[in-house]
Design a protein around this ligand. Structure first.
Ligand code: SF4
Length: 183
């Protein structure tokens, strides 16, 4: 059983403080809140999805990172987790799910199949989801262990925490989306 001492409190962002006050920037406060309340949308198509189920189970418990609230509705999710082999026929569906998610949103590609087609170098399998949507973090492995999936989530959290709340309005971000034909 966890004791009070086992509970890790996230440190507050850097800022100015004195007796009775603490001031930081809005970017840091919003980043801290976003990073620790991710709502993942699991797009699981094959074996990597089983590893994700283990990651959500009580032993690994993704809820420890504020991400236990899974969403099967793109409009109520901010982290798209793609896990498994993506057939070319499924590509447009994955892209539609991505487009339906509101900004800000992030993408985690879990396992060799989602990241590069994996062992399926065939006419029917998409050779990496980054051919149709931008990816923020890749998790290697076939299958990756739950520890690796958690490591991927932690990398996403670092990104989210350090990202400016205006990044999505920058010309660089718009140029990235327009490379994928997404407005
Ligand atoms: S990477 Fe390996 S474990 Fe994951 S979906 Fe592909 S074949 Fe299955």
């Amino acid at each position: 059983m966890n004791t009070k001492e086992d509970i890790l409190i996230k440190p507050k962002p850097s800022g100015l403080e004195g007796p009775g006050f603490f001031a930081t920037s809005i970017d840091k406060a919003v980043g801290l809140a976003r990073a620790n309340s991710l709502w993942p949308l699991p797009f699981a198509t094959s074996c990597c999805g089983i590893e994700f189920m283990a990651t959500m189970g009580s032993h690994y418990d993704l809820g420890r990172f504020g991400a236990e609230r899974l969403s099967f509705s793109p409009r109520q999710a901010d982290l798209l987790m793609v896990m498994g082999t993506i057939a070319k026929k499924m590509g447009p569906i994955l892209r539609q799910v991505y487009e339906q998610m509101a900004e800000p949103k992030w993408v985690l590609s879990v396992g060799a199949c989602a990241s590069s087609g994996g062992i399926f170098d065939s006419y029917s399998v998409l050779q990496g989801i980054d051919r149709i949507i931008p990816v923020d973090v890749y998790v290697p492995g076939c299958p990756p262990r739950p520890e690796q999936i958690i490591d991927g989530i932690l990398k996403i959290q670092q990104l989210v925490e350090s990202e400016s709340i205006r990044r999505r309005d920058t010309p660089e971000y718009k140029a990235l989306l327009s490379k994928y034909g997404i407005e």
